[in-house]
Design a protein around this ligand. Structure first.
Ligand SMILES: *[C@@H]1O[C@H](CO)[C@@H](O)[C@H](O)[C@H]1NC(C)=O
Ligand SMILES: *[C@@H]1O[C@H](CO)[C@@H](O)[C@H](O)[C@H]1NC(C)=O
Ligand SMILES: *[C@@H]1O[C@H](CO)[C@@H](O)[C@H](O)[C@H]1NC(C)=O
Ligand SMILES: *[C@@H]1O[C@H](CO)[C@@H](O)[C@H](O)[C@H]1NC(C)=O
Ligand SMILES: *[C@@H]1O[C@H](CO)[C@@H](O)[C@H](O)[C@H]1NC(C)=O
Ligand SMILES: *[C@@H]1O[C@H](CO)[C@@H](O)[C@H](O)[C@H]1NC(C)=O
Ligand SMILES: [Cu+2]
Length: 363
């Protein structure tokens, strides 16, 4: 349960004919119940997490409000993490220090943000009388749900820093150039022992200067740096360019209210998204692949947010690639899905998916 690893085993399944057939037949049987967009959960009332991921009792006590966006906010520009200058690094450190100092009862704390991610994916929300829990991985809601999760993470840090220009950096693991260190675990997140960006549950083979392995199944590899650069480039090309010319291939299979988990992730969610999670997680942890390789805990590691910042960036780049179909899905079950988050004031806010793909609104 709760492992990014699962997408890897599904990939193995679909590579043989029998597996593909089983998958197609089971999809035909399971999709009968679909047809309604996902409604916004009421937190914590609708929370049924058995792992302790439920949010603290309503913190401000205010009812959830609808998200409107704030066009007065400055446009935030996310920069590559390996190119941040001294003052940007200091600001990032201070932000995570303040975040880690928030009390456990505050829904904005780093552990409660991880809990929010956990309950959206680890059987945490069974709506009344539903057979299956809400799930935001392994289908087309994956990219938009995580973009908005990052939006509030960034806004919470901005509020703590009292600096609305604050932008998350992105971990540029897709760049295999040997002239700079883009494709290693970001040094500022890993090498400074007193840093607030560190996490102790990481793969010992994922430390700098080892290169990221975008085809990782977790743990270590015998491949040389040159082999990894070539393989990583191939992964990017097949997953983002040749393998994902349509919304369905890139975003993943449809998912509607009440569906049983995901019917299949997009190429991008599977790999490199899932493989980078697995590569960073510690294979020797008591629960293997903690923290980054475990759905319930991954967002406790600050590197989660710089990883997903790159996911967000590549989604935008994908839309600019040649081909007429590189757009978001247009089905109402996609556009009208609604999610509940906590904003920078710890108030609950409900966001329509159609707002999440409106990047000017998000500034
Ligand atoms: C660091 O980068 C910021 C832009 O993000 C810039 O405003 C600032 O002047 C830079 N500081 C230094 C010391 O280079
Ligand atoms: C969510 O919780 C609210 C408040 O307790 C309840 O009225 C509602 O029926 C629940 N909704 C679903 C879909 O489970
Ligand atoms: C759940 O099912 C029971 C029994 O069928 C029904 O009485 C109840 O109204 C249902 N609750 C909701 C929120 O749909
Ligand atoms: C990678 O970084 C190099 C060096 O800065 C740059 O020239 C190149 O355009 C980048 N490539 C990609 C794919 O971003
Ligand atoms: C390590 O992190 C601490 C805490 O944020 C910071 O004060 C210090 O400057 C960092 N040291 C280096 C060498 O970056
Ligand atoms: C969000 O969705 C709700 C329910 O479908 C709708 O009433 C509302 O107008 C939508 N808001 C925006 C800003 O699209
Ligand atoms: Cu996730």
């Amino acid at each position: 349960m709760g492992k990014f690893q699962e997408t890897g085993s599904r990939r193995e399944l679909t590579c043989c004919k029998l597996g593909a057939l089983v998958l197609i037949v089971s999809q035909m049987l399971m999709r009968i119940t679909s047809g309604t967009p996902v409604p916004a959960p009421i937190l914590p009332d609708n929370c049924t997490s058995e792992e302790g991921c439920c949010m603290p009792q309503p913190y401000t006590g205010k009812p959830a409000r609808d998200f409107e966006g704030d066009l007065a906010l400055p446009i935030r520009i996310r920069r590559p993490v390996h190119k941040l200058n001294e003052s940007e690094i200091a600001r990032l450190e201070r932000g995570y220090k303040l975040l880690r100092e928030l009390p456990d009862l505050d829904p904005r704390s780093l552990s409660n943000q991880a809990n929010l991610h956990c309950l959206y994916c680890d059987n945490g929300i069974y709506y009344n009388n539903m057979t299956w829990p809400l799930e935001i991985h392994n289908h087309w809601l994956f990219l938009p749900w995580h973009r908005m999760f990052l939006y509030f993470h960034e806004r919470i840090l901005a509020k703590l820093l009292d600096d609305d220009t604050f932008a998350l950096p992105y971990w540029n693991w897709d760049n295999q150039s040997s002239s700079e260190e883009a494709n290693i675990l970001p040094r500022i997140y890993s090498t400074n022992e007193t840093s607030y960006l560190r996490d102790l549950n990481r793969n010992k083979c994922a430390q700098p200067p080892n290169l990221v392995h975008l085809n990782s199944i977790g743990g270590c590899t015998d491949k040389t740096a040159d082999e990894l650069r070539i393989e990583n480039t191939q992964v990017m090309y097949t997953q983002i360019v040749t393998g994902a010319p349509t919304p369905r291939l890139f975003f993943g299979e449809p998912y509607s209210y009440g569906d049983s988990g995901g019917y299949g992730p997009g190429t991008f969610e599977d790999n490199p998204h899932g493989t980078v999670h697995l590569w960073v997680g510690d294979p020797d942890a008591a629960t293997a692949f903690n923290d980054m390789g475990n759905f319930g805990r991954s967002a406790r590691d600050p590197v989660f947010y710089t990883h997903h910042s790159n996911i967000d960036r590549i989604w935008t780049i994908w839309k600019t690639l040649p081909g007429k179909q590189r757009t978001e899905p247009t089905h109402a079950d996609f556009l009208d899905s609604r999610f509940t988050y906590y904003d920078e004031n710890a108030d609950q806010v409900i966001v329509n998916l159609s707002q999440i793909i409106n990047t000017p609104l998000l500034r």
